[in-house]
Design a protein around this ligand. Structure first.
Ligand code: NAI
Length: 246
């Protein structure tokens, strides 16, 4: 069994690669090759199987090259975690075209391109699992994050569309929708002081009064990837400390 993890070089992707490597070979794919190498090295040092590969998920040429660069044994992919992501903090009235395009291309086009690259072999086998990283922000509005919210809602929607298309063909598709998780992405674009002040403001609103850990999202992805979730398809599972409850 091999599971491909995009954005595997950091945060949620890295924690998930470490966890899934306990029962599967993992491909750690990231645009930051040094970070992917480091995660793969760590997993291999623990006696498990990992491959690091560079990819820009927003580029079809790069996604194609990623698969070509993998050794043959790592190209048989039974599980896909579409997780690579970025954030651009700009309100809808101020967001630049470049900022919008980068967020939508990384998240929405990224899920499309990597899924397109991997799904054919899953469908040919009549078996496979896909987990897409959405967010709480797929279902709530957040000030200053228009592109990110749009991208995450699109990923949630794509997850449902993919589930409707592929469940009967043996490929289960679900989404994980994390709340605030302590990773570099949460602090991106802010000084350490600004980041800390912002989080202090938000922490009291979280019923568990703390940020989540990447490992707590990895545990959910592990469940969705495994046969323990064999009757779950097209769902958004939200590890968020109780922050968003309907
Ligand atoms: P992170 O910044 O720690 O990791 C993201 C990884 O994605 C990085 O290693 C980065 O190099 C990689 N990446 C970015 N663009 C890429 C591209 N075009 N091609 C390949 N790799 C690319 O962030 P984190 O928090 O681990 O984020 C992972 C996913 O979780 C993202 O989709 C993010 O939107 C989502 N998420 C994060 C939350 C949080 O609070 N940290 C909350 C909800 C969702």
């Amino acid at each position: 069994m091999t599971i491909l993890i995009t954005g595997g070089g950091s945060g949620i992707g890295a924690a998930t690669a470490r966890r899934l490597s306990q029962w599967s070979a993992v491909v750690v794919a990231d645009r930051n090759k040094a970070a992917a190498d480091e995660v793969a090295r760590e997993i291999i040092a623990d006696g498990r199987k990992a491959f690091a590969v560079e990819v820009d998920v927003s580029s079809s040429a790069s996604v194609k090259a990623m698969l070509e660069h993998l050794p043959a044994e790592a190209r048989q992919i039974q599980g896909l975690f579409n997780n690579a992501g970025i954030n651009v903090r700009q309100r809808i009235d101020e967001i630049t075209e470049d900022g919008w395009d980068a967020v939508i291309a990384t998240h929405v086009k990224g899920v499309l391109l990597v899924s397109q690259a991997v799904l054919p072999q899953m469908l040919a086998r009549g078996r496979g699992v896909v987990v897409n990283t959405a967010s709480d922000y797929a279902v709530i509005g957040v000030p200053g994050l228009a592109a990110y919210c749009a991208a995450k809602t699109a990923i949630y929607s794509m997850t449902k569309a993919m589930a409707v298309e592929f469940t009967a063909k043996g490929v289960r598709v679900n989404a994980v929708g994390p709340g605030p998780i302590d990773t570099p992405l949460l602090r991106a674009g802010r000084s350490p002081e600004e980041g800390a002040a912002r989080l202090d403001l938000h922490r009291p609103k979280i019923p568990m009064k703390r940020l989540g850990r990447p490992e707590e999202v990895a545990a959910v992805v592990d469940f969705l990837m495994s046969d323990r979730s064999s009757y779950i398809a097209g769902q958004l599972l939200q590890p968020n400390g109780g922050l968003v409850v309907w």
